[in-house]
Design a binder for this molecule. Structure first.
Ligand code: SF4
Ligand code: SF4
Length: 204
């Protein structure tokens, strides 16, 4: 799941203030689950922007903004979008970018795309994968150090952890402590004996 958060309303308003006709597109997958782009949020954005003086000509929620396949689908979902001079997309960056492929007007993001993560109930879990393109998560018991250790260390901890917390971000558990504990539970501490080369993040 792509983890996104809403931009502050004033930032969105500033982007759209001088636009003649704004159409809003939401996304019923990740953004809806996180309450940053489903039906209620699109309806609320229409109302907030209209109250602030922006001419909003409509709003619709795509099944998945990142997999809108054609201009025809978008026109069927949102017929008024053809009259828009700007489109606000309440989805992740890939959804916003995908919508921009089908409209020849300015496209603006309502959200910041934060990480690739998960949700358990209403709890958002950030940074489960950094999309390195060379997945080696099995070497670490299913906990990815490329995504969860700020130094992206592949061969053990940096030594700065205090009370199980990361020295870079003390709000977070040290990924390497989690990896060690998990491999110990699995009886796979042998996996730590291999020295691993740094990843070339430019290779995909
Ligand atoms: S190694 Fe980590 S960052 Fe790379 S693809 Fe696997 S989970 Fe994602
Ligand atoms: S404290 Fe742990 S998670 Fe933080 S940078 Fe060091 S090894 Fe990585």
């Amino acid at each position: 799941m792509i983890i996104s958060s809403s931009k502050p309303f004033n930032e969105i308003l500033e982007m759209l203030m001088d636009k003649d006709a704004v159409y809003i597109i939401g996304c019923s997958v990740c953004a809806a689950k996180q309450h940053v782009g489903g039906e209620p949020e699109v309806a609320e954005m229409v109302s907030l922007l209209s109250d602030a003086g922006v001419n909003v000509i409509g709003g619709a929620v795509a099944k998945a903004a990142c997999s809108v396949r054609s201009c025809e689908y978008l026109m069927e979902l949102a017929p008024n979008i053809k009259d828009a001079t700007a489109v606000l997309v309440m989805a992740c960056g890939s959804g916003t970018s995908n919508i921009a492929r089908f409209v020849d007007v300015d496209v603006y993001p309502a959200n910041n795309t934060d990480s690739l993560g998960a949700m358990t109930g209403d709890k958002v879990i950030h940074n489960l994968c950094a999309m390195c393109g060379q997945c080696s998560i099995a070497d670490f018991g299913g906990i990815c150090p490329t995504a969860q250790c700020p130094k992206e260390l592949l061969n053990g901890p940096c030594g700065g952890s205090m009370d199980g917390k990361c020295e870079v971000d003390p709000e977070k558990d040290c990924a390497w402590e989690l990896i060690y504990e998990r491999l110990e539970r699995l009886g796979r501490l042998d996996l730590l004996e291999e020295v691993r080369d740094a990843k070339d993040r430019l290779v995909k």
